[in-house]
Design a binder for this molecule. Sequence first.
Ligand code: FEO
Length: 397
Amino acid sequence: MQAIQVTDKVYWVGAIDWNIRDFHGYSTHRGTTYNAYLILSDKPTLIDTVKKEFYPEMMARIASVIDPKKIEIIISNHSEMDHSGALPEAVAAIEPKEIYCSDMGLKDLSAQLHPKFPMKVVKTGDKIDIGGDTISFVEARMLHWPDSMFSYLEKENILFTNDVFGMHYATSRLFDDENEERLWLYEAEKYYANIVLPYSDIVLRFLDTVQKMGLSPKMIAPDHGFIWRKDPSKIVNLYAKWATQAPKNKALVVYDTMWGSTQKMAQYIAEGLRLGGTEVKLLSMHSCHRSDVATELLDSSGLIIGSPVLNSGIFPSMADVLCYLKGLKKKHLVGGAFGSYGWNPGPVNALANTLTELGIEAVAPVVSAKFVPDAPVEQACKALGLAVSKKIAEKLK
Ligand code: FEO
């Protein structure tokens, strides 16, 4: 395994995980990479490591350009295990003189790894001399963990951003200009929707702070996906757009069905939305993954949820996706709820509470059907779709 050269002195020494399809509940259809970076300064420096099982791949790439024992400094920008899992073995093999992390990084790494090696804490504005260049640090709390930190290699003008500006996208082509936009744009958007979305307010504040600091990196090097070298501002501008969560005339109908009744209701609601002029996507949890729903939700203004009743509760697949979406805290949503039942309408009616928990402004009462929807239910469903469409149009004015 060879390192990939980024500049005269900087090498990518990470790992490519071609086969991962589930990243802690997030569907990774195109695999991912765990990016680690080696700086061949007078004090050779390693930024982040990789997932534990990819330690041999990282070490082989390092060894292709330098004796790993010559590395003097390791920096942990992020303590999540896909970047810190290989840290204990790497420290044991390399025996670096210094290991740096943020204050929260020290707490997190200590609790995860129970390390026997010392770590030094750095904070925003701190700088370290790595011999021939300088690394300055910017804490990025809650982007997306409390420990998250950026490292800026001053002379080379490269910003190492941990997960931020990354994506789950396995590629042997390390740079933005070597990858097809039609593929990466979806993966970058999916990454934002599933990982970064809950912290959108922090993203906006952080982008403002970085701009005020006058940073204008020639490259942005995240911990997943590829390096932004042709136009780093492209991903920064996309983050600024996604973080605003500006409303669009689009709604999702997310549902599951047992015997087809809730599906019929979903189709009637979708017809109401379409007649109202709103783009609509019907997402059956029989067919869709929760993380693909989250991706579709990123630019949606409407969310209408539907479930049948099973054993005095909502359908398990709906409980799953609603729990997931609740954690992502999407803003500015309007919507409603619906579902069919046999003898107990309680779980369908309780979807009204779920709408509140999701922060969705309900435009109408829950629509329910006993067993199979009849003509009045069909009309109520279409009216729900139309009402959501009307409310979205009002918000877009
Ligand atoms: Fe790629 Fe938050 O770890």
